[in-house]
Design a protein around this ligand. Sequence first.
Ligand SMILES: O=c1ccn([C@@H]2O[C@H](COP(=O)(O)OP(=O)(O)O[C@H]3O[C@H](CO)[C@@H](O)[C@H](O)[C@H]3O)[C@@H](O)[C@H]2O)c(=O)[nH]1
Ligand SMILES: [Mn+2]
Length: 742
Amino acid sequence: MAGGSARGGGNCPPLFTTEKPTRTAAYAYRLFASTVLAGVLLVWLYRATQLPPRSSSARARRWAWLGLSVAELWFGLYWLLTLSVRWSPVYRRTFPGRLAQRYQEEQLPMVDVFVCTADPTLEPPMLVISTVLSVMAYDYPAEKLNIYLSDDAGSIITLYALYEASEFAKYWIPFCKKYQVEPRSPAAYFAKISAPPDACDRKEWFALKELHKDLTDRVNSVVNSGKIPEVSKCEPRGFYQWSENTSFTDHPSMVQILIDGNKRKATAVDGNALPTLVYMAREKRPQEHHHFKAGSLNALIRVSSVISNSPVIMNVDCDMYSNNSGSIRDALGFFLDEEQGQDIAFVQYPQNFENVVQNDIYGNPINIVNELDHPCLDGWGGMCYYGTGCFHRREALGGRIYSLDYKEDWTRVVRKTEDVRELEGMAESLVTCTYEHNTLWGIEKGVRYGCPLEDVITGLQIQCRGWRSVYHNPARKGFLGMAPTSLGQILVQHKRWTEGFLQISLSKHSPFVLGHRKIRLGLQMGYSVCGFWALNSFPTLYYVTIPALCFLNGISLFPEVSNPWFLPFAYVVMATYSCSLVESLQCSDTVVEWWNAQRMWLFRRITSYLLAAIDTIRGILGISESGFALTAKVSDLQALDRYKKGMMEFGSFSTMFVIIAAVALLNLTCLMFGVARVLLHEESTNLGAMFLQVVLCALTVAINFPVYEALFLRKDSGRLPASVSLVSLCIVLPLCILPISL
Ligand SMILES: O=c1ccn([C@@H]2O[C@H](COP(=O)(O)OP(=O)(O)O[C@H]3O[C@H](CO)[C@@H](O)[C@H](O)[C@H]3O)[C@@H](O)[C@H]2O)c(=O)[nH]1
Ligand SMILES: [Mn+2]
């Protein structure tokens, strides 16, 4: 590392620094990239100059060739885009010690934390309150901390669980602070640590563990029975507000201040203050669009504006607990730095997953993205907003345009009234269904509506208003979330993201249109790497089907090994794949993880990306509207067991699985019959003539091994169902039997 950012004048040291890789490393990478570029150009040249002539005998070959040329043109262009996320990474480091020296505790800004949940069945209340407790226990003055839970289901069970959490917090928070506990999600802590650490008082530790077990049992029994106990303790007014006919999709707005940090009686067992804790369910009516998570975040922004109105807002998904109690002070290092912090709108932490196992079959660890891609976006001045694990400046999120003369007032406090009931009523009136009608909410204010990637488009919009954002990836992970662990869920999740990205890229909010002259070219390209995920689908599907079919029919599409044109093909493939493997290993992935990630990359391209592209086109034509399919956070025990053993989870019929099975079967058939044909009817040297096609086909077969297993060998309920095999066979057989005329 070299070149920590310089700091002019003043004698106070910076609250954060920015480091870049050494120049040698940067130049070496650029040199390597230019050799690959030369290879890509030669491949293009070969396709353009060696096009088979127009003759009736080689019609099929000519068409297949043209298709490949388009695919290779796209891959080359896309690779150029991806250079932007390798070009100039920056790494940030903060100095919480300096922050503490410079700011007294009472000078620190107030912080609002938003947690979103949407469905008590898919997102179990215990999971939600563990996340809430983890953020309540931040190492930060409790009077300055306000936690808001948005419950889109308006479920009394979630409110009950939160009430229980508020009681448990009175013991948990003092315990965390006394013994510097990490992580501060009680569920994660007691799952990780089975015996009291030396520093802890044994009796106290066991008592707390017991208390947590009671809490879990109580909440889970309420979840199972669906009824909250009739205890007089449950005094919060909200419990009586529920009537028989409130439902997930039809309920009034409810705001409940469970702990009012302002009141001195709200104290923990050690007599210290507790953070404010608020439950919110915005009004929902079947006939009114609620805009999914974006809608609840905007509701939270408004509700918090009358209760605490903190200048800093942090938001997490309900399944992503805080794993580092120092994150708030860390993030403040960016905002409060007198010289470099003025224009920082948000500080995004990476997404890390707690539930993934070593050598995860779905390639879930996104180390490369976290350690290479994001630092590069940051290097261009604009890490994207991810929707979770992000600290925002309220003003920027609210729609303010950055200007040089803007000065933040970090110490402002706004509490409209001291009467809690009145405050709740005031807040409720801000989250009715009709409140946003004819306002700029969802357009210019708050989180944007109408896109399945509300977060990314919101972040881009903020950057286009002149703000900057930074990426912070400290050694102790800031947050740990849950990754889906079944293939279907992952593909559906990726479809939502891909669709969102493509919608952004094709709209007037694309980084090139909205960001024109507002953000740097590198950042525009960086956004487009994900922005154009979807467009990889058609060329990839083409690449894993047509060359295989042509091989089966003896049509050669690539230069022979002895042909000099073979070299650029071989070089581009070898160079890019070795580079990707080395990067993975550098980012502490294993070889198996890399290989699994390659498989997922193929699967996503031919399913999620393909369907996302099709749905986006349908959306543009006005045929369909995109939704938000919630990602499940619980999986059944058998499936979980299979996941741990590295078995892919299929199980049910889906179009996506049909495509995967069809591609796998097609390549297997073409490889077997193609090789047999050459060996039986021709000289085996002819295999050399089609070397690259054989390699492509064989690699596709090799990577699809889990699919064959799920088709033919497995007996468990996660295998590919017979219906999928049948439909895919019906697709593959005609393709393989029909002779393609030479
Ligand atoms: O109508 C809704 C739908 C979702 N959510 C919440 O949104 C969060 C994310 O939903 P999840 O089903 O977990 O989706 P993921 O695919 O895991 O979410 C990723 O992708 C989303 C964008 O597609 C981002 O908003 C998320 O932050 C990011 O983690 C959860 O806390 C939900 O409770 C709501 O509050 N209301
Ligand atoms: Mn999630």
